[in-house]
Design a protein around this ligand. Structure first.
Ligand SMILES: Cc1cc2nc3c(=O)[nH]c(=O)nc-3n(C[C@H](O)[C@H](O)[C@H](O)COP(=O)(O)O)c2cc1C
Length: 414
């Protein structure tokens, strides 16, 4: 009977353990988590979501304070179009986050950064260009493009000296999305080094509509593999979404996946950025507690715990401090939803906004409990402590369990 450890992922000249821990913003997939995965020979992701805030917390910088001060005069204004990111400061924050992580890296694995196109930051093209190129400047091993079609993202990096040497990949949820991406980038003569195929059981935003339940990962993998074969393209495919045990992983690896990307199991790792109390919420969750809704202003459906504090919260938009979801015209769907409520309740007190949420503030405060579909099984991966709480475990324990387990067995921590 095969185990994940019987397989290897070949990325160019690098041979890796075929386990990738996916990016989880905002700072849920921390540098510590990514570094542990790299140490053990796999690929760990950090995320550049809200990188200025992440830098302030990690390195005592003042990026957010500075930006808030600059735009303080606009806080009561419902028009946020003046709120812009200083591109120099954005580059600085990205280089700090990536640079410090890469300096600490050891082991045979790699650290990649997850870069979401939907973080439009009131100037989508410029800010994305800075984020991508600064990560390359700071020595990131690879960049995973996510949450968007990324039709121009390779082009934004094409002049960087590391464009052909860093590992660059994209997350897709359909063969169509991959076809469009490859067609748009054909002129650059640079294929992605890997393609992550994310099915509908994943955590975070979903690349499907609310009809997500009609799709399944294995079918999409087969479609994409068939397309690549017909086009004679040799790009490693990585399966993601709902892979809970080593046995689940082996079944994808035996069917042609070059690796798997996982995340939910690691949300309860000691190294994961979620606060201890939130990890207990994930452990306690039952299947009925996990919902998919459309409260994310990005327009993508998002999976989360029903008890998420972000649902129905009517806080004032905080774009002067954050503003990561402002589109190119300074709009965000939460601001629109919030303003509608303000019209009904002009005193601004006790308002509840049901259809959208202020994702920046709530993700930043770990109050949007996004999770994968298998979260309700996390309780079966650990022991209960005398006080009734669940024991968290090391990333190494979870990684090794994926690597070595057979017959859907999950090894409990000591
Ligand atoms: C808490 C959480 C946050 C996530 N955040 C992101 C993100 O910021 N960007 C992204 O591309 N994917 C995100 N994902 C998706 C994961 O990177 C991964 O592809 C997916 O969850 C794998 O499926 P699994 O959780 O069932 O193992 C997130 C997943 C979780 C559980």
């Amino acid at each position: 009977m095969k185990r994940v450890d019987d397989f290897r992922l070949q990325l160019g000249r690098h041979e890796l353990v075929p386990i990738i821990v996916g990016g989880m913003g905002v700072d849920i997939s921390t540098a510590e988590l990514a570094l542990e995965v790299a140490r053990m020979g796999g690929i760990g992701h950090i995320s550049d979501a809200m990188v200025q805030d992440v830098s302030d917390r990690r390195f005592d910088t003042d990026f957010v304070k500075e930006k808030t001060k600059l735009y303080k005069h606009n806080i009561d204004n419902s028009d946020k179009s003046v709120v812009q990111f200083d591109l120099g400061r954005l580059a600085e924050a990205t280089k700090l986050h990536v640079g410090k992580t890469m300096q600490a890296k050891g082991g045979a694995g790699m650290v990649f950064i997850n870069c979401m196109e939907k973080l439009t930051m009131n100037s989508p093209r410029d800010t994305l260009q800075v984020r991508l190129n600064s990560a390359l400047d700071a020595g990131i091993d690879g960049i995973t493009l996510s949450a968007g079609l990324h039709l121009g993202s390779f082009g934004l990096m094409a002049d960087h000296p590391r464009f052909r040497d860093a590992k660059l990949g994209i997350i897709v949820s359909s063969v169509r999305a991959l076809q469009i991406f490859l067609r748009k980038n054909a002129r650059l003569d640079r294929l992605p080094d890997y393609v992550i195929v994310e099915g509908p059981l994943a955590g975070g935003h979903l690349g499907f509509g609310m009809d997500w339940a009609q799709y399944d990962l294995a079918t999409i993998m087969t479609e994409i593999a068939g397309y690549l074969k017909a086009e004679q393209l040799d790009i490693p495919l990585i399966a993601a979404g709902g892979i809970f045990t080593g046995t689940d992983a082996v079944s994808f690896l035996e069917n042609g996946a070059a690796a798997v990307q996982v995340a939910t199991r690691f949300t309860v790792a000691n190294e994961c950025g979620l606060p201890a109390k939130v990890k207990q919420e994930y452990f306690r969750a039952s299947e009925e507690d996990i919902v998919i809704n459309t409260i994310s202003p990005t327009g993508y459906p998002m999976r989360m715990l029903k008890s998420t504090p972000a649902i129905g919260s009517g806080i004032r938009p905080n774009c002067e401090a954050y503003g990561y979801l402002l589109d190119g015209n300074g709009n965000c769907a939460y601001i629109t939803a919030y303003n509608q409520q303000i019209l009904l309740h002009p005193d601004g007190k006790n308002i509840s906004v049901m259809d959208k949420t202020c994702l920046c503030t709530h993700m930043r405060n770990y109050n949007c409990w996004t999770c994968g579909s298998t979260t309700y099984r996390l309780k079966d991966t650990t022991r209960r402590l005398p006080d009734g709480s669940y024991q968290t475990m090391s990333a190494e324990h979870i990684f090794r369990d994926y690597l070595l387990s057979t017959e859907n067995h999950v090894l409990l921590p000591d």
